[in-house]
Design a protein around this ligand. Sequence first.
Ligand code: NAP
Length: 457
Amino acid sequence: MKNRTAITLFGGSGDLTYRKLLPAMYNLHVLGKLEDNFEIIGLGRRDYTTEDYIAIARNWMKEYSRKQYADETFNEFAKRITYFKIDISNVDEYARLQDFYTSKEISDHVYYYAVAPELFLTITEGLRKYCSQNKAKIIIEKPFGADLDDATKLNSKLEEFFGHDEIYHIDHYLGKEMIQNILSVRFNNAIFKGIWNKDFIESVQITVAEAVGVGTRAGYYDKSGATKDMVQNHLLQVLSIVAMEEPKDSSMDREQLELLKALKPVNKVEDILVMGQYDGYLQENNISENSKTETYVALKVEIENERWQGVPFFIRTGKKMATRESQVIVKFKAENSAPQNMLIIKVQPSEGIYLKFNAKKPGTDKELQEVSMDFCQSCILENRINTPEAYERLLDACFKGDRLLFSKWDQIVVSWNYINNILAKHKAIGSPIYTYEQNTMGPKEADKLTDWILDLE
Ligand SMILES: NC(=O)c1ccc[n+]([C@@H]2O[C@H](COP(=O)([O-])OP(=O)(O)OC[C@H]3O[C@@H](n4cnc5c(N)ncnc54)[C@H](OP(=O)(O)O)[C@@H]3O)[C@@H](O)[C@H]2O)c1
């Protein structure tokens, strides 16, 4: 056997594969980061030949790859790709898949679960039954399970079959350039390191606003909602990076976990949570009649530890909002009743750091004016070209066996516990889901939590 390596994309004909995974691998190919004999196998039910599949992929690459598309380079890249038609919900179909692997002499595998979470267990069963001789790593997409029970069941099956260290829970927010930059900014600057605590910080806001609606994800989304789809994973992961203690070594697992464990359990959910649904959601395809699924959530999170006692963290996310913007805003306490300093970390689409502070107005004795320093990272063409996309960075890390930027099972458990408790309380007291207009920043009821800020430019 030639000991070939392959990535198998369950969901190879899906949105994530076309827009993110194949472009990420194209970039890795261009950079020479894929082994010579590395293969890409796209799985789906659609009746494609490999040629059809490559033709579709070519168009997506032109649109989505970071590295400039070139026919010759793509043709070389395309030699790695095979499309394999299969119904992955049928466990016995995996016998055919294993025959295919054997015919290609592939022994080292990365299985990427880029499908709806309902299929995760079946895939695991199919691989266990027919493909157990293979050496394998698993990359698994969010949401990891529909709730904690579901996630636990899934995790024990995955660990039993693949082993704890071979499971890579992907949270692409952890691969984003500016999320990583939070670590550099926090821990390598005396001006921030010393004041990153309750004595100087009044509050923190984390916003992930999406301008799009549910689109083609309606079937899944309607069962999930914004809290499980975004808060349980992305927003709590970002929050943990903003608030954790300084990691003692190159791993930040322990510090993130400790922070998540310190989230204050919620008592009166009506005081800290506002949910909304955009006007027109019920008319979208594949949404159940009278759906009560939230497409917007705003939440006040408190942290019970010495660093953050009494400092609220406000997080919000929603669809069909007025803008597509992800930002972390740190609001400092006022000095001498002057306007508050603010640090804004812009995560996407623009990337950068913006600091607002006070200075003397020229020509006056003491009058203050608010001034700013704006480091726009993504305004520099070279930065844009040289910055890997989140999926590119994470796939590369997984191929190298580097688990640093993947979320960990113990963190997922703590996050699910926190979110389950909130959702159960919200349901128990029959809290409302407020309708909000499209192209706004969500229901006005969320203003009772805080004065939300976005983009001070
Ligand atoms: N899209 C994103 O930007 C994004 C971002 C973050 C996370 N995710 C996560 O990634 C996963 C996939 O999302 P997506 O947006 O790519 O979904 P999608 O566009 O709906 O694609 C679903 C994929 O699953 C395949 N599939 C479904 N049932 C199958 C079956 N029985 N047998 C074989 N293939 C089957 C479909 O193949 P056929 O169509 O050929 O049947 C298709 O390739 C989800 O867990 C989602 O939460 C997506």
